[in-house]
Design a protein around this ligand. Structure first.
Ligand code: SF4
Length: 74
């Protein structure tokens, strides 16, 4: 999974930190820091964080399927 935060939009509301503390946090100067490539096990939490972000600053891109669809289709 890939996560990007548009820091031009982020207003440090912190909703994402509450929704997915494994992914988002604030540094000592209250700047948002985040794991840009967390485990897919955190996908639900990351999507919830994106949904609650008032600034709509978070984009979550699930990892591409590892299944090779071209060979699986018969
Ligand atoms: S919820 Fe959105 S605006 Fe608030 S800190 Fe997280 S990314 Fe920034």
């Amino acid at each position: 999974m890939q996560i990007t935060v548009d820091m031009n939009l982020c207003e440090s509301h912190g909703q994402c930190v509450f929704a997915a503390p494994e992914v988002f946090s604030f540094d000592d100067e209250d700047y948002l820091v985040y794991d840009a490539a967390p485990s897919d096990a955190l996908l639900d939490k990351a999507e919830k964080a994106a949904a609650v972000c008032p600034a709509r600053a978070i984009t979550v891109t699930p990892a591409p399927s590892t299944t090779d669809d071209t060979t699986a289709a018969r």
